[in-house]
Write a protein that binds this ligand. Structure first.
Ligand SMILES: CC(C)=CCC/C(C)=C/CC/C(C)=C/CC/C(C)=C/COP(=O)(O)OP(=O)(O)O
Ligand SMILES: O=P(O)(O)OC[C@@H](O)CO
Ligand SMILES: [Mg+2]
Length: 238
């Protein structure tokens, strides 16, 4: 049977085994030090996400190729822009920014990406992406010119996740923004998890083991950590 990274995620969820993804921003990553990086991220890392809100053209592909040579971890593209798509990765998280009302990030980018998807074997996973206030102004908010949903707007967050599910999202990603001051409140995570059966990803501002465990206990199936691991290696002179 053909390999499916999405089915693997469903297996994790079914067994109750939690997933940890480390986010690599190609602009802040030294490709020559991939081995050092891989040696220092947590042993229980299950996935690598590669992407950034703004990444110079070609950088994502170089980083993906460097990683591919040194690891068997699944490489998931988590792009801020369709130009970051490269067929050397395993999966493309086909994001739609459900929290915003900017048509460019609801459908514009997705249409632009199609030319890049012809002749690739990337597995495409429709992903409803919901930006929630993390206490500071995030790059995603700036780049997309959209406001995050406030953490007090729990019903709106839950309804947004459900609407995403009915529109076909196979994953829901609750995002507090890279480098968020505070992560998403566990209460929000549990309310969303109660409402949707599809796998739930949570990220943004998670820096400590206890924050990670709190997200898992509340119902996150996968936690994404980025900024906290960026200091392991820094790029030469980007
Ligand atoms: C082509 C497709 C299907 C999607 C791309 C276009 C869409 C809809 C993107 C969603 C909105 C967006 C801009 C997401 C960016 C996600 C991301 C990689 C965040 C990480 O942000 P950093 O670049 O680490 O931020 P800092 O630079 O502040 O650390
Ligand atoms: O960089 P941090 O704050 O860990 O956030 C990770 C990810 O959710 C950002 O898109
Ligand atoms: Mg970042």
């Amino acid at each position: 049977m053909e390999k499916s990274f999405y089915k693997d995620i469903l297996k994790f969820v079914a067994s109750g085994e939690k997933m940890l993804s480390i986010l690599i921003d190609p602009d802040k990553f030294a490709n020559t030090e991939v081995e050092t990086f891989l040696g220092r991220i947590p042993k229980h890392t299950t996935h690598l996400f590669i992407g950034g809100s703004t990444v110079a053209n070609g950088d994502t592909e170089e980083t993906v190729r460097a990683l591919k040579q040194k690891t068997d971890l699944p490489l998931f593209l988590f792009p801020g822009d369709y130009s970051q798509i490269t067929s050397f990765a395993d999966v493309l998280l086909f994001l739609t920014l459900l929290s915003g009302r900017n048509a460019e990030y609801l459908i514009g980018q997705q249409v632009k990406s199609i030319a890049k998807l012809k002749n690739t074997s990337l597995e495409i996973i429709p992903t409803g992406y919901i930006l929630i206030d993390g206490g500071n102004s995030s790059s995603v908010s700036k780049v997309t010119a959209t406001d995050p949903i406030l953490q007090t707007e729990v019903e709106t967050i839950v309804n947004t996740a459900l609407a995403g599910k009915y529109m076909g999202s196979k994953l829901i990603y609750l995002e507090a923004g890279s480098g968020a001051k505070f992560p998403i409140n566990p209460e929000i995570i549990s309310k969303v998890k109660e409402a949707i059966e599809i796998p739930l990803i949570v990220g943004g501002g998670i820096k400590t083991e206890s924050q990670k465990q709190a997200a898992f206990q509340a119902g996150a199936d996968m936690v994404v950590m980025g900024t906290i691991f960026e200091s392991i290696i820094s790029p030469p002179s980007k």
